[in-house]
Design a protein around this ligand. Structure first.
Ligand SMILES: [Zn+2]
Ligand SMILES: [Zn+2]
Length: 493
């Protein structure tokens, strides 16, 4: 998450100091795990009438981003609902692709985490910043910083290519990783290796392990810097910390090209394509097969199951599913050979179906030659399996939507009004004009008069008393400001 305390807030402060009436900001959320969204109910600028906010996050297959965020402010958890935030808030459900926020080009890419998670690449004025948390190496051989970068890790490296600043997950060390595999987080060594290969300039290590104290973190950073110096690497590494501000000046003479496959508008409605999704599962092991079948069904996707390679190949040829999940555990089932055979009979390699291989370990070289798209390594959690299915299903839906001609897209989507105005449709700022003018009017009527009442403020105060053991001076100050905003705006109620 480019969280409430950093990107969006800084932009808001910038506008405030420039005398622009009302705060205007954008919040990019990587995913909705609690550690990435629990600041939202306490983020005072969302409560101020007249403020304008855009919140972006990954599109799911069920609930919208707004519904998920509203869930944590449900009556059972919090006294103020999301609908009662005073600001005008627009929600943007994103898929993989690109979009624009004023003159900033934003690219998104799914990360490897047990929840659907987006990394963000921001490019403006010749400077590139990439945020990639929470993310785990696709191939565990890279966890200690050794080995060849290939497959989905290579795609991830392309996504971060040439970043002036990369803010990357580095929760564990290579030594700690074997006990944490499947938890959805990177190692410091992986973040450094990919940064070096991808010619990243500065690397901010973050998502620090809560059990590591500051001194231990400093020692890790110092030893990493020493190794980089020894290898004459120009990569600059530091540990991100609260309140750290960085200035980025355009220094690269070399231009790094775009990094996202295709140029898909990340806010495109793909719901029509989602209804056509289907998955073929070819798994010999009964327990693994049942777990995957459940994972696909939990995502609301139609699945066909078989337990041998020949049946899987036949089903795939007949059904042309959106995704194939095949086990590789010879001699009982040879997923790699099945994948190779599928690729040979594929008449449309341009839009070839993703094939995920389920195995006890990755054989990256054989996988590449057989045309494997991705791996799911056993044992896996249900959350990991669901996320893998969800990511590839959404990618297939995007491909299907992209294949529609503009005329057919109009036919399918023409009658439907977009939930929000895509930022790319807004007029672009003139060159050199750094500050956007806040939009006028209420683009989302629900929030136009949504300032919280004095009763709600009293409830909020009581709630804050309840969480007093966690109180800090800055927390107390923020809550004070929040209540002041709420109680000083009777005209808006
Ligand atoms: Zn997470
Ligand atoms: Zn996290």
């Amino acid at each position: 998450m480019l969280d409430c305390g950093t990107g969006g807030h800084a932009l808001g402060e910038d506008l405030m100091s420039a005398g622009v009436k009302g705060w205007r900001g954008h919040i990019l959320i990587s995913h909705t795990h609690w550690d990435h969204i629990q600041g939202i109910p306490f983020f005072a600028p969302l409560f101020v009438p007249g403020n304008e906010w855009d919140i972006y996050g990954p599109k799911g297959l069920g609930q919208s981003l707004r519904e998920v965020l509203a869930g944590q402010m449900d009556y059972a958890y919090f006294p103020v609902t999301l609908d009662q935030c005073g600001a005008n808030i627009r929600y943007h459900d994103l898929v993989e692709g690109t979009f624009e926020i004023d003159d900033i080009k934003v690219s998104t890419r799914y990360l490897n985490h047990p929840a659907l998670t987006l990394g963000y690449r921001l490019e403006a004025d010749g400077v590139t910043v990439v945020y990639a948390c929470d993310h785990e190496p696709y191939s565990n051989i890279l966890a200690d910083g050794e080995g060849e970068i290939s497959g989905q890790d290579l795609q991830h490296a392309r996504f971060i290519t040439g970043a002036d600043l990369l803010i990357h997950d580095a929760q564990y060390t290579g030594e700690e990783y074997p006990a944490k595999a499947g938890w959805g987080h990177s190692t410091l060594e992986y973040a450094v290796k990919l940064s070096k290969e991808a010619q990243v300039k500065r690397l901010a290590l973050t998502h620090h392990d809560p059990s590591r104290d500051d001194d231990a973190l400093d020692r890790l950073v110092a030893s990493t810097k020493a190794k980089l110096r020894k290898n004459a690497s120009p990569l600059e590494v530091f540990a991100a910390r609260e309140g750290h501000a960085l200035g980025l000046a355009h220094a690269h003479s070399k231009h790094f090209p775009g990094c996202v496959e295709g140029d898909f508008e990340a806010q495109t409605l793909v719901d029509d394509a989602l209804t056509d999704l289907s998955v073929v599962i070819g798994i010999a092991d009964v327990k693994t097969g049942a777990a995957l079948f459940q994972a696909v069904q939990a995502e609301g996707i139609h699945a066909k199951f078989c337990s041998d390679a020949d049946a899987a190949r036949k089903l795939i040829a007949e059904d042309r599913p959106s995704l194939a999940i095949l086990e590789h555990d010879p001699p009982s089932i040879d997923g790699l050979e099945t994948c190779r055979a599928i690729r040979q009979q594929d008449k449309d390699p341009e839009h070839s179906m993703p094939v995920v291989i389920v195995a006890s370990e990755q054989d990256q070289a054989r996988g590449i030659s057989a045309g494997v798209t991705d791996w799911l390594i056993k044992p896996f959690s249900s959350a990991y399996a669901r996320t893998k299915v969800r990511a590839w299903a959404l990618r297939s839906a995007c491909k299907a939507t992209r294949r529609l001609t503009p005329e057919r897209q109009e036919l399918r989507f023409g009658q439907r009004s977009l939930p929000v105005e895509p930022p790319r449709l807004r007029p672009k700022r003139a060159q050199g004009a750094r500050r956007p003018t806040p939009p006028t009017g209420t683009e989302n009527g629900r929030f136009s008069n949504g300032a919280i009442s004095t009763e709600k403020a009293a409830l909020l105060w009581m709630y804050c008393r309840e969480v007093a053991p966690f109180e800090t001076p800055s927390f107390r100050k923020k809550i004070g400001q929040l209540i002041a905003h709420a109680t000083n705006t009777p005209a808006e109620m």
